[in-house]
Design a protein around this ligand. Structure first.
Ligand SMILES: Nc1ncnc2c1ncn2[C@@H]1O[C@H](COP(=O)(O)OP(=O)(O)OP(=O)(O)O)[C@@H](O)[C@H]1O
Ligand SMILES: [Mg+2]
Length: 478
């Protein structure tokens, strides 16, 4: 039920508001309650004190010394003054005529002034039991009748009908309650409107994100209404879409390039096969046709193998089996594999002597990396050329340089040689046998190892490829 942010915000806000208003309402109600009862009690206490001053005692008995006027006022049946003066044993000394034959409730033995609310003739009435002796013994300075003997004392009881005050308090309580209800309703609608307005940009962003699909990857989350807090979210969505778009673009380009590259050997196979089958041919012709088919199939196999390697490396899930690897060992292994090719072209390879320099890497992937780079240095070298391989330690990286004395790469092509299927001179590459995936594979391998690869070259002046891989200190120190 509270799954939406809007509902949660409103519920939280309303709960806090309800609790605050309720606490305030209770506080206000009881404050007024206290003020009203204090004022009633103070009134009753003053009347009781005034009555107490009118009591006189002599040796024989205690008497009420009410003046005629006062007596008239207190005892007139029309008077609302309710009082009853009792001895400490509860016997009545005098009472107001408004009480008629009723007695005010009296409990013997309380011994101190007390207030209580009683029902008198079915109406709420506040009553004070004012102990004269006790009150005077506290030294409150009023004129006091001196008790003659121990146990002798007076209780002045005054009462006041408080029905109207209770009504007033009840009305006040109802008004407070209704005010809270009205404030809650107004606040609920207000908070609903505020929440809806505040969350509108999120809905806008959701709609835009929903609209963006594979076929519509160029749209972005924009809008003047996007508040500051959501700008970061929108920017991060846009960055994700940028990456997705360029990734889709690369995938499309890759698929187009791959099918294009595969089409050439396929058409060679098809055409040679068709021509050979068209009529009876000599054994020599069949042999030639089959040789062409095998060469094209071999090229296809190499393309497929490299595409597969790239596809595996391209996913970030590709798992490297990291271990301590001495760079010198991997380079030597690569050179050994490529030795026949180098000898064929009479190319000298000088391998590094740095025995201890090591990196943390995947053996198979690093072998592939150096084989590709040295393969290039042989393929694009001049006959009887030279290849120098250097390894050195830098603070973070182990740097491997492969320098050749070959054709070099024009400056304008340098930043493109890592693109898939890019070859500087297509015709020449075809002749040499390159398909343009070697350096792409190299850059993926280096990226997965957290390193980088750079290429420097000048046309006709040879090429230097530099690989930076993170050094493995344990082995480097050993
Ligand atoms: N050492 C080098 N000297 C001169 N040109 C080079 C060198 N290395 C790479 N290149 C150029 O860069 C291009 C891309 O190299 P890359 O290794 O990616 O592809 P390839 O060698 O053509 O094919 P593959 O390695 O997939 O068999 C090459 O076609 C070549 O033109
Ligand atoms: Mg290559």
């Amino acid at each position: 039920m509270l799954s939406s942010i809007k509902a949660r915000v409103i519920a939280f806000y309303m709960t806090v508001l309800f609790l605050t208003l309720s606490a305030l309402g209770v506080f206000l109600y009881f404050s007024l309650h206290k003020i009203v009862y204090n004022s009633i009690d103070e009134g009753l206490r003053s009347r009781a004190r005034a009555l107490a001053t009118l009591v006189t005692e002599n040796d024989e008995e205690t008497e009420l010394g009410l003046s005629d006027d006062l007596m008239r006022d207190y005892t007139s049946p029309r008077s609302n003054s309710l009082f009853q003066i009792r001895r400490i044993d509860g016997s009545t000394l005098g009472k107001s005529s408004a009480l008629r034959d009723l007695d005010l409730p009296f409990q013997d033995g309380r011994g101190r002034t007390s207030f209580e609310t009683i029902l008198l003739k079915g109406e709420p009435t506040r009553l004070i039991n004012f102990y004269v002796r006790e009150d005077t013994s506290r030294g409150n300075g009023e004129r006091k009748p001196a008790p003659k003997s121990k146990g002798h004392g007076l209780v002045v009881q005054c009462a006041e009908n408080i029905e109207e005050r209770i009504d007033l308090l009840q009305r006040y309580g109802v008004i407070l309650f209704l005010s809270i209800v009205v404030i809650m309703i107004v606040s609920a609608s207000g908070s609903f409107l505020i929440a809806r307005k505040a969350l509108a940009p999120i809905e806008e962003i959701t709609e835009t994100v929903d609209r963006i699909s594979e076929s519509n990857l160029s749209e972005r989350v924009t809008g003047r209404n996007i508040p500051l807090e959501l700008k970061g979210l929108a920017a991060s969505f846009n960055r994700t879409f940028d990456r997705l778009e360029s990734s889709f673009q690369r995938q499309r380009q890759f698929a187009a390039d791959a099918s294009h590259e595969l089409r050439t050997p396929l058409s060679v196979i098809l055409s040679h096969g068709e021509i050979a089958l068209r009529r009876e041919r000599s054994a020599e012709d069949y042999k030639n046709a089959l040789a062409a088919v095998v060469k094209a199939a071999g090229m296809m196999s190499e393309i497929v193998q490299k595409l597969f390697a790239l596809a595996r490396l391209d996913t970030d899930k590709f798992e490297l089996r990291m271990e301590h690897i001495k760079i010198g060992d991997v380079v030597r292994e690569s050179v050994k594999m490529l030795k026949p090719l180098a000898e064929q072209r009479d190319i000298t390879i000088n391998i590094p002597s740095a025995e201890t320099v090591a990196v943390r890497g995947d053996h198979g992937a690093l072998l592939e990396l150096f084989t590709n780079l040295i393969d290039n240095a042989i393929k694009y070298n001049n006959p009887r050329g030279k290849i120098d391989i250097f390894v050195r330690m830098e603070p973070v990286f182990v740097v491997t340089e492969i320098r050749d004395t070959g054709l070099g790469i024009p400056e304008s092509d340098l930043d493109k040689v890592f693109d898939r299927f890019y070859r500087v001179n297509k015709a020449r590459s075809k002749e040499i046998g390159g398909i343009g995936l070697g350096l792409s594979i190299c850059s993926e391998i280096v990226r997965l190892h957290g390193g980088r690869i750079e290429i420097k070259s000048k046309k006709g002046m040879g090429t230097t490829v530099t690989v930076y891989l993170k050094g493995d200190k344990d082995v480097a120190q050993s």
